[in-house]
Design a protein around this ligand. Sequence first.
Ligand code: SF4
Length: 390
Amino acid sequence: MGAAHDERLRLALSRAIKSFRSNINDALKKFPHTIKLAEEVRGIKEKAIGEMEKLSQQACEAIEANKGKAYIAGTPEEALSIIAGLVGRQKLIVKGKSMTSEEIGLREHLEKQGNEVYETDLGEFIIQQMASKPMHILSPAIHVPREDVARLFTKVLGQEFSSDAEIATLVSAARDFLRDKFFRADVGISGANVVAAETGTLFIIENEGNIRLTTGAPPVHIALVGMEKLVSTLNDAYKVSEVTWRYANYTVPSYVSLVSGPSKTGDIEKVTTYGAHGPKEFHVIFLDGGRTELAKHTLLRQALYCLRCGGCLYECPVFAVTAGHFGDKYFTGIGAVWAAIISKDIEKAASLAYTCLTCGRCKERCPVKIDVPEMVIELRRLIADDERPK
Ligand code: SF4
């Protein structure tokens, strides 16, 4: 299975795991308050998940007051239909990495509608061009060595790259290729790491700068956000963001974008006019897609507390030899819960739940102490008793 039979992939993974562990330990030493803050964030998430519906209504009102448009999609199909309606056909679209868009197959859907869509996160761009699937929630191309990237870029970018090309050369080629797309794009699509309901503000954490361009250069910005990303206040959102980036191994991220509405100016006669240098239109779609159902389950609701920092993946002994094959849309034991309730794929959920060793190393690393073994054992029980969560 996956990396288990591929020596090069195993090497790529073991290097990534070693480097993550040493970096995260250094980051926590440098910013020791993060551990206490993470405990607070657990409380923030528990409260927010209990009031997701109220928070999504509040966020929609705030976004509309900011002259954006907000929507609540009950199902993935509804979300796809809203976005497809906003985008139209034959459009050029640039897109930031988003697990929620992966969950509903957004890129593929828009391509089928006749649009040209480019993933702009470098790892995700590589995966798109390889027609492959992400192997990690934050580093989707974690399993692709530089020699393979050089071969791929020779094929898709129309330039020759030797197999020993410097990584900086490959990054620069992708930069040149995508730069043109950012400025010609009709629409930019992003997700969000956290949303403050009181102001309707999206917090988006990144290092590459592709999110700044995706959400700033095209005339239309559409954000697709899972309802579990909502918290009550700006202050809560900041706390969740800091814990997320620290455990995601960013230590200090290059960029955190806060987006609350379309671009505006009041520089001429103090008259507020929309569409200055940034997008003229701002649309946010909050996706339920089974989240409010999941929130009702006493144990399994913990899956909604996940910050998607990816830290647990580096601790998981099964992930270390299988990479993203131990998962579906989301990976490892938590991916089993997601497959059962959000994707409603019980076969996949069962195979993941019974592959998990329930060793609990993920819980130790998790900033919000999600008890994955406890959830996996409960899921096995529900599947065995045919009480599968509907
Ligand atoms: S389960 Fe915890 S460690 Fe894993 S991605 Fe979510 S928040 Fe991070």
